[in-house]
Design a protein around this ligand. Structure first.
Ligand code: NAD
Ligand code: UD1
Length: 344
């Protein structure tokens, strides 16, 4: 089993992936500055992980933009780091429009500092968190990886630039890189012990719905019902965060077993887009709780639809998302109900 560095491992997707990687037997160093997460998430991961896992997880509080913090992380493992999963970054589209330099600094600058540290420590293997928003406002579905990527906001621009920087290292230094373009990860570990813990009023649909169900918010605001979609509300390709976490373990195995330079860019989604109202109905069916809603105008920056082709991920990794929308709702609700204030 490998020693791996997980940046941003205390976050939503990171914490679920850390659990899956500990279950697979890997030794992990997590580097996180807790800018958007709580160390409690990793305590909870340890409760769920196999008994011997406490010897295989080290947590370093630090910043991916800081060379000394990165050097500390690379030196923390008992064996040299064989690969990195790079989750650390900022992900809010509106914030990226308001504070573009922050996004270039953390998302691109952070990836550059990480790549330099990897060079210093003789590691050339990385799984990178990219996003479906690199496709801009597409009109043809399902989305294939080779389709145009005209990003329309700094968040997507910085993620695409980081993908391109890593691809250049594949060409110049034989690195092994997987850029994973996530669609809409939702839900939580079925135990209800770890999940998504947004700050303040949630920006995203799923945590907003679970907070309405919990009575923390009065009603869902549906942003637009005049899109050119099945029922007029926005369509997205939601996937269970545990499916996504497992995809990282498979992508790492794929790169670790690969001889020589490798670059894979893969969409991670189910291949089935669901509308806002379909998600509301699925949540109501899965939990028996009704979700009051009102329709508001479209939200600035939203696109009508995103839907992955999951075929490349299936061909290259042998991975497909397997959990249903109902499971996403059930598990997301179990987390919210047991942790009404997140990790606080
Ligand atoms: P998250 O905010 O929950 O996790 C990100 C983690 O990175 C947090 O623990 C945060 O504290 C940490 N972090 C932020 N800046 C850091 C820095 N400078 N140094 C060290 N740690 C830092 O987000 P998430 O939903 O788990 O997303 C993980 C990654 O996946 C992000 O890069 C995000 O852009 C990408 N992504 C997320 C989604 C989604 O819908 N959640 C979709 C596509 C892509
Ligand atoms: C958003 C980001 C995306 C980011 C992802 C994870 C934007 C434009 N996109 O994706 O870049 O990677 O979050 O952080 O911000 N909706 C409502 N009411 C709500 C919330 C959402 O109707 O309260 C609708 C939206 O209009 C959209 C769908 O639900 O049609 C999904 O929205 P959301 O969960 O925010 O995800 P994205 O916008 O796809």
């Amino acid at each position: 089993m490998a020693s791996l560095l997980i940046t941003g491992g205390a976050g939503f997707i990171g914490s679920h992936t850390v659990l899956v990687l500990l279950e697979a037997g890997h030794e992990l160093v997590v580097l996180d500055n807790f800018a958007n997460s709580s160390p409690i998430a990793l305590d909870r991961v340890m409760e769920l992980a196999p008994a011997d896992a406490s010897k295989r997880l080290q947590v370093i509080e630090g910043d991916v933009r800081c060379a000394e913090d990165l050097d500390r992380a690379f030196c923390a493992a008992s064996a040299s780091i064989a690969g990195v999963v790079h989750f650390a970054g900022r992900k809010a589209v509106r914030e990226s429009v308001e504070q573009p330099l922050l996004y270039w600094d953390v998302n691109l600058g952070g990836t550059r500092s990480l790549a330099e540290a990897m060079g210093r420590h003789g590691c050339g293997l990385v799984v990178f968190s990219s996003t479906a928003t690199v496709y801009g406002e597409p009109e043809v579905f399902p989305l294939l990886e080779e389709m145009p990527t005209p990003p329309v906001h700094p968040y997507a621009q910085t993620k695409l630039a980081a993908e391109q920087m890593l691809a250049a290292l594949v060409r110049s230094q034989d690195w092994r890189v997987a850029s994973l373009r996530y669609f809409n990860p939702v839900g939580a570990h079925p135990s209800g012990r770890i999940g998504e813990d947004p700050n303040g009023i949630p920006n995203n649909l799923f945590p907003y719905i679970t907070q309405v169900a919990a009575g923390r918010l009065e009603r869902l605001r549906v942003f637009g019902d005049d899109y050119p979609t099945r029922d007029g509300t926005g369509e997205r390709d939601y996937l269970h965060v545990m499916d996504l976490a497992e995809a990282h373990a498979v992508a790492l195995d794929h790169l670790l077993q690969h001889q020589g330079a490798a670059q894979v860019t893969l969409n991670l989604g189910t291949g089935h887009a669901r509308s806002v109202l379909e998600v509301v109905q699925a949540f109501e069916r899965a939990t028996g709780i009704s979700i009051p809603y009102e329709v508001l105008p479209r939200r600035a920056g939203d696109v009508p639809k995103l839907e992955a082709s999951p075929e490349s991920a299936a061909q290259v990794l042998g991975w497909r998302a397997s959990r249903s929308l109902e499971q996403m709702c059930r598990d997301g609700w179990a987390w919210q109900r047991a942790n009404p204030n997140g990790y606080q």
